[in-house]
Design a protein around this ligand. Structure first.
Ligand SMILES: *Cc1c(COP(=O)(O)O)cnc(C)c1O
Length: 400
């Protein structure tokens, strides 16, 4: 694998030079004011990216999965009922994690390629007159299928049922790349990790926690120690950590947020939409289709491309890595071998995306798939030419 080529997996994402420099920092005393001075802006910045006015932000040395575990164990008790839908590998892994913590998960099986079934949720919530369901767990952007779910619709389902279940949202592959409105959508806990939209190395679990979820912490009986919100909040008030903090990543996070805000969050979202639209036009020009069932579900951070029946899509990923030194994502779980994924989130420009599209074409032609070289590139180029404007494709100079 070349370390010069951009990667096109949906996480970890490309690390901009400015962030590689930001995490290259000598050891400091984490009990000193120097640490507090980089910690507080990172916490405040995450809150703004989540579009929340008052969420408690907590960072653990972990990954997105650790953030899920922290969300569950701090607010629920073994035997508690939670509601979830399975429509891809990541929603599946949430369910598995809940079950291993002894929660009683009611699973709505949903075809892979579809999103969170708000109507089904509403029906189940309405039927739960005794309010035994304590939380509803939703994957915002199912990275395995390239499907973006409508969290506002899920909130409406909860409200229409008049149900007090908390809403936990996995925003690992959406937050900081696509619009995520914690307050407006009434999200009680939002989780992500450092290595996706924040463009950093892996190693930080990032959570936004609303007041209703915090109220459950004292009575929750799931075991936790390293991930205890209470220890974290107590030390956070004094600008510190209950154990050694991942200083370099926290420093990187504050620089990442400064970069996102220099570009402007809305422009970050628009850039991802525009890049994704170009990728989708390429897929169309290849005569292929996405796993996502309809345009309303298309993700702007990852495109999962279905290959013709009988062809093993994993060969595309292996060949791209071996011959061209470029990484694409494989199909996971139920869609293994049926699709390959082009990740286009984080530090990504239209020009970078064109190199990924061109590589995918070479690979498919090498493997005998009926793809005309240049067809997808040309379709994307037309889109990028037509929509380029002041800064429409480019990230700020520091980001590039
Ligand atoms: C990457 C990802 C995860 C897992 O995060 P890790 O940081 O690998 O633990 C969870 N959910 C979604 C939607 C993801 O894309």
């Amino acid at each position: 694998m070349s370390t010069q080529n951009p990667i096109f997996i949906p996480g970890p994402t490309n690390i901009p030079e400015a962030l590689r420099r930001a995490v290259d920092y000598p050891s400091i005393d984490h009990r000193s004011p120097t640490f507090a001075d980089m910690y507080r802006p990172a916490l405040d910045g995450v809150r703004r990216v989540l579009q929340s006015s008052d969420a408690e932000v907590i960072l653990f040395p972990a990954t997105g999965t650790g953030a899920w575990e922290a969300a569950i164990t701090n607010t629920l008790s073994p035997g508690d009922k939670v509601l979830a839908a399975r429509y891809g590998m990541f929603s599946h892994r949430w369910i598995d994690l809940c079950q291993r913590h002894g929660l009683n998960v009611e699973v709505i099986e949903t075809p892979w390629g579809e999103g969170a079934p708000a109507d089904e949720f509403e029906r189940v919530l309405k039927a739960d007159a005794g309010h035994s369901i304590k939380a509803l767990i939703v994957c915002h952007n199912e990275t395995a299928t390239g499907v973006l779910s409508d969290i506002a619709a899920v909130r409406r389902a909860l409200d229409a049922a008049g149900h007090p279940a908390l809403l936990y949202v996995d925003g690992v592959s959406s937050i900081a790349s696509m619009d995520f409105r914690m307050d407006e959508w009434g999200v009680d806990i939002a989780v992500t990790g450092s290595q996706k939209g924040f463009m950093l190395p892996p190693g930080l679990a990032i959570l936004g926690i609303g007041s209703k979820a915090l109220e459950r912490v004292a009575s929750a009986r799931c075991t936790r120690c390293f991930f205890d919100f209470r220890d974290m909040m107590k030390t956070q008030a004094a600008g510190g950590f209950p154990y050694t903090p991942p200083v370099n990543l926290i420093r990187g996070l504050s620089v990442s947020i400064a970069m996102l805000e220099e570009e402007g969050l809305q422009r970050v979202f628009t850039r991802h939409r525009r890049i994704a639209d170009g990728v989708r036009k390429a897929v169309d020009a290849w005569g292929l289709s996405l796993c996502a069932k309809e345009p309303g579900l298309y993700s702007d951070t990852v495109s999962a491309v279905l290959v013709p029946d009988g062809f093993d899509a994993t060969r595309i990923v292996t060949h791209a890595a071996e011959k061209y030194g470029v990484a694409f994502g494989v199909g996971l779980g139920e869609v293994a071998g049926k699709l390959f994924r082009i990740g286009h989130l984080g530090s990504m420009t239209d020009v970078m995306a064109l190199s990924g599209i061109a590589t995918a074409e070479m690979v498919m032609a090498d493997l005998g798939l009926p793809v005309t070289l240049g067809s997808g590139v040309a379709a994307a180029q037309e889109h990028y030419r037509a929509t380029a404007g002041r800064g429409a494709g480019a990230m700020p100079r520091a980001a590039a």
